[in-house]
Design a protein around this ligand. Sequence first.
Ligand code: CO
Length: 223
Amino acid sequence: MSAENSDKTLQQLFQNNRQWAEKRITQDPNFFKRLVNQQAPKYLWIGCSDSRVPANEIVDLLPGELFVHRNVANVVVHTDLNCLSVLQFAIDLLKVEHVLVVGHYGCAGVHAALSGRRIGLADNWLRHVKDVGQMHERYLGDALPTAKKQDRLCELNVIEQVVNVCETTIVQDAWSRGQNLTIHGWAYRLENGLINDLGMTVGAPAELAIAHTNSLARYQTEH
Ligand code: CO
């Protein structure tokens, strides 16, 4: 096969794949057999599509341990059947115990929403992030340096997406039947590979307003 053909058929990726599968089997001969029979992840990750934020790798979890939904700027929209279907499957069938809404600093989608820079079709999707910015305008004042505002909108976006997850019928119903389920808001930093817990942790309907107020409180004292 010529080099040109091999490029078209992405031979490198198939080679990587074979090596990866071999390595897994060497470490654990029953690895794939076990996964065929069942998946029992404890966590659902809702994150950004950004290639620098690979869900499993960041928290060092194996296949079978993390259920994942990713979209541009980790947005949870009340009418997004794709995200809602993932949420419903994860909570009702897989019985995950934690939903992790994970944004990241340096998110191009969030930056575009803040600056008003046009990207294309995704501008309509990022409208949801602009809504978050408008809702929390007082924390994004002109006096703040741009980098600080960008970081803040990344965090505020996560906090509001946690609210959206909590307000879905799926999560509300799970809580009302007594299912053990906690929603978390985290932000990942590309520069050091570390996750920052935003303190937006909600395990029952009554905890939502308090967690929301507390997680926003730091912006009132911080300038
Ligand atoms: Co992003």
